[in-house]
Write a protein that binds this ligand. Structure first.
Ligand SMILES: [Zn+2]
Length: 267
């Protein structure tokens, strides 16, 4: 029986019995873990209080109890991100980060970089200044809409998380023939290859053994959006506010990332 201590973001929770829950945690040292929190729903439990989703905690657990499950023995919530929880659009984004970690990571594969990125992103969402862009009868009304800054925070999370998970798309040159496609306005991206491909390599690389085109593999994207994915994947990105992106470009980037992540999740 080994006690282990680490930091964790709660990414899923479900009831196990009247008083117990099974928590899925994304931990700094052990990656995604499932732990049984016995008695956590009992009022005034001395060491266990049910954490809110995507809260940040310190946890102690017993590594693989005789029943085969990790057993949570202590959880101390360090940050609960209260200002984020009262804003619907940011709340949705934080839920998305929790779901992303739950669905796209393998159990007990640690990535401290991904843990730090997720925590940093939730903290950024918590700290974004609310938009005061409406004035009604002399009073400023805080809107609940998803501001450009929040969208950029999520794009940067996705691009960097893909890098840490080993799915970083190849976006600046054709990886097969090394041809740079910087001067093209539109390029072809192959989901199967996880990269842009030049027209010649497209014909060869995106075919099945019988020569048929791989279904739903190729899309046309602007070279600018591909460059943006590369810029956003830099963990030392100095200032998201300085990235000027037009609304159509943002929409195209959202469409591309959604399709790419769906492809990864389904393969
Ligand atoms: Zn090529």
């Amino acid at each position: 029986m080994t006690f282990r201590k680490t930091e964790a973001i709660t990414i899923n929770q479900k009831n196990y019995s009247e008083t117990s829950q099974i928590l899925t945690l994304y931990t700094r040292d052990y990656g995604k873990m499932t732990v049984l929190a016995r008695g956590i729903k009992r009022p005034k439990h001395r060491l266990l209080n049910p954490p809110d989703l995507f809260s940040y905690s310190e946890v102690i657990f017993i590594d693989k109890s005789p029943q085969g499950m990790n057993l949570l023995t202590e959880i101390t919530v360090k940050e609960n991100f209260q200002s984020l929880r009262i804003n619907l659009s940011r709340l949705r984004m934080a839920f998305y980060i929790a779901r992303f970690l739950n669905e796209l990571t393998e159990p007990e594969e640690s990535s401290p970089e991904l843990f730090n990125l997720a925590l940093r992103t939730i903290r950024l969402l918590d700290a974004v200044e609310p938009e005061l862009n409406k004035v009604k009868k002399g009073r400023k009304i805080t809107t609940n809409s998803c501001s450009g800054m929040e969208k950029m925070i999520i794009f940067a999370f996705e691009a960097q998380a893909l890098k840490y998970l080993g799915y970083m798309p190849h976006t600046l040159s054709c990886p097969v023939c090394k041809k740079t496609l910087a001067k093209s306005r539109k390029v072809t991206f192959s989901f199967y290859n996880g990269s842009i491909l030049c027209p010649a390599c497209c014909v060869r690389q995106s075919r099945l053994a019988d020569g048929q085109a791989r279904p739903d593999d190729l899309i046309e994207v602007s070279a600018g959006v591909m460059k943006l994915v590369d810029v956003l994947s830099n963990p030392f990105l100095p200032d998201l506010k300085r990235l000027k992106i037009t609304a159509p470009m943002r929409a195209e980037l959202r469409g591309f990332i959604n399709k790419y992540i769906t492809y990864i999740a389904n393969t």
